[in-house]
Design a protein around this ligand. Structure first.
Ligand code: HEM
Length: 182
């Protein structure tokens, strides 16, 4: 699906350039709108695929004061002063109360429900930048998978709960001969 979206986006980019050359404003705007739609789709696939293996499955927080969390709910709990709290975006993003059927790959889920970049007062300041970079990377990388296989080059290296290094190897697929059974 990401391949279809990426291909359609590239097509819309070409349409935009052609319309620009001809000075056709309406066609140019339509092509830009198409690119934006494809971006939304690529990003939705990215966020959902990432949910199954988030970069930060858990975040550590030091709590200097005695706190009561979610006093209003049956999940309310007290955090004694001086404790370290493990807040888990991985667990939160598999909570069926927010992510219905969490085992299902649901690329239609609302963007704002994801917690890849933390949540609240200390939410990642690079969220939009990082999402844009990853989306563009995906849009350019995925079409290459028609000619290349991606294999892990090494095991994943962790720094605490976060992924520090994940090397992959690109291996060109054998050229198709076009002959059945060749
Ligand atoms: C895929 C890439 C990234 C991921 C998954 C990510 C994730 C996160 C997470 C989960 C937090 C919250 C940490 C916490 O609550 O303890 C955070 C905080 C932060 N991130 Fe990122 N981040 C990414 C890229 C970036 C980039 C590119 C920048 C800067 C250009 C950035 C700047 C920050 C800053 C400044 C904070 C601290 C915010 C605060 O404490 O108020 N991050 N990030």
């Amino acid at each position: 699906m990401a391949d279809i979206l990426a291909t359609r986006r590239r097509q819309a980019e070409r349409e935009e350039k052609a319309a620009e050359k001809k000075g056709n404003r309406k066609k140019k705007e339509a092509a830009i709108a198409a690119q934006q739609w494809m971006n939304v789709g690529i990003e939705a696939l990215l966020l959902e695929a990432w949910r199954f293996n988030p970069t930060f499955p858990a975040l550590l927080r030091y709590c200097p004061r005695h706190e009561m969390l979610r006093e209003d709910s049956r999940h309310g709990t007290t955090v004694p002063a001086g404790s370290t709290v493990l807040a888990s975006p991985l667990s939160a993003m598999n909570d069926p109360n927010l992510f219905s059927n969490p085992d299902v790959f649901g690329y239609w889920r609302p963007r704002e429900d994801y917690m890849h970049f933390g949540w609240g007062g200390h939410e990642c300041l690079g969220k939009e930048l990082a999402t844009t970079v990853l989306r563009e990377l995906l849009a350019h990388l995925v079409p290459l998978l028609q000619q290349w296989n991606v294999k892990p080059a090494d095991s994943i290296e962790y720094d605490g709960p976060a992924i520090k290094r994940y090397a992959v190897q690109f291996v060109r697929k054998p050229a198709e001969t076009g002959k059945e059974g060749a």
